[in-house]
Design a protein. Structure first.
Length: 286
């Protein structure tokens, strides 16, 4: 199955899981509505899809893992709510709709983000018998590292600092994006391996695939923004130029393929579905 076919099957299931679970997320209507508004505002649902793609590769029943896989969307959304705030990017719109602080007020938006973060860990540790207690501990630990002071939040702090400067180096930009973007995408793949009870070596191969994929995702995003006329100091086309940025994108794709081949050698599993996610970059690399 190709990732686009997989998406047509899985995204509606992810959306339904998010909607159903968020409906019971809080007894305070204003808070619940703000959380739901932000999470259900759209998006590719790439991160939970990657987790479910790993489970599909292992031929495990994905329906048993939808809630745990979807938990990552709560972390991702909380980061977007806070990223949009006046103290950070100060954005009025996200995906064509008013940002959460514009729709509900800055105070409620901050608290909605605050609430989504622990809710993600609650979803990972609920009564799902398909995931053992040991696996739940591994998932919580891995997500905490990916989302926190050594992962996404660290990247966000570096990103804000970089925005205050006219010149940002390539190494600084890569460090920002490895943490801000790559960490959660790498976790998504690692989480699938944990849920599949894979060895540490297999987890590492998928984590490496995710890191390379995450950086490639950011590079493509920067190229798309640049082509749309949005020029930022810490974007790859600004630092490297368009041609060199495309070369860098190809290097990350090659790194991702190498990591995926390592996964195949360790498991002997079919990697066609996971490899097809790299087709997302074809419009730029061809």
């Amino acid at each position: 199955m190709h990732w686009q076919e997989f998406s047509k099957v899985m995204v509606p299931k992810i959306e339904q899981t998010l909607a159903d679970e968020l409906a019971n997320s809080s007894f305070v209507p204003q808070l619940r509505d703000a959380m739901t508004y932000a999470v259900m505002a759209g998006g590719k649902r790439l991160r939970p899809m990657l987790t479910l793609a790993v489970l599909t590769t292992y031929q495990l029943p994905t329906n048993h893992f939808l809630k745990a896989a979807s938990a990552l969307e709560l972390i991702h959304t909380y980061s977007l709510i806070h990223d949009d705030l006046p103290a950070m990017d100060d954005d009025d719109l996200r995906r064509g709709k008013p940002t959460t602080h514009r729709a509900f007020g800055e105070d409620t938006a901050i608290l909605a983000g605050d609430a989504l973060q622990p809710l993600a860990f609650e979803w990972l540790t609920d009564g799902n018998h398909a995931i053992s207690s040991e696996q739940k501990v591994q998932l919580v630990t891995a997500l905490a590292k990916a989302a926190g002071a050594s992962g996404m939040v660290a990247g966000q702090v570096l990103d804000i600092a970089g925005m205050q400067r006219d010149v940002v180096t390539l190494n600084e930009t890569q460090t920002i994006h490895y943490h801000k973007t790559g960490a959660l995408i790498a976790y998504a793949l690692q989480a699938g391996a944990i849920m599949a009870n894979a060895t540490q070596a297999v987890q590492n191969s998928l984590y490496d695939f995710g890191m390379a994929y995450g950086l490639a995702f950011q590079i493509k995003d920067d190229l798309d923004d640049y082509n749309a006329g949005k020029v930022e100091a810490q974007a790859y086309p600004t630092i490297l130029g368009v041609a060199s940025t495309k070369e860098m994108l190809q290097k990350q794709i090659d790194t991702a393929k190498k990591s995926l081949n390592t996964f195949h050698k360790l498991t002997q599993l079919d990697i066609q579905l996971l490899a097809s996610f790299l087709d997302y970059f074809k419009d730029i690399t061809e």
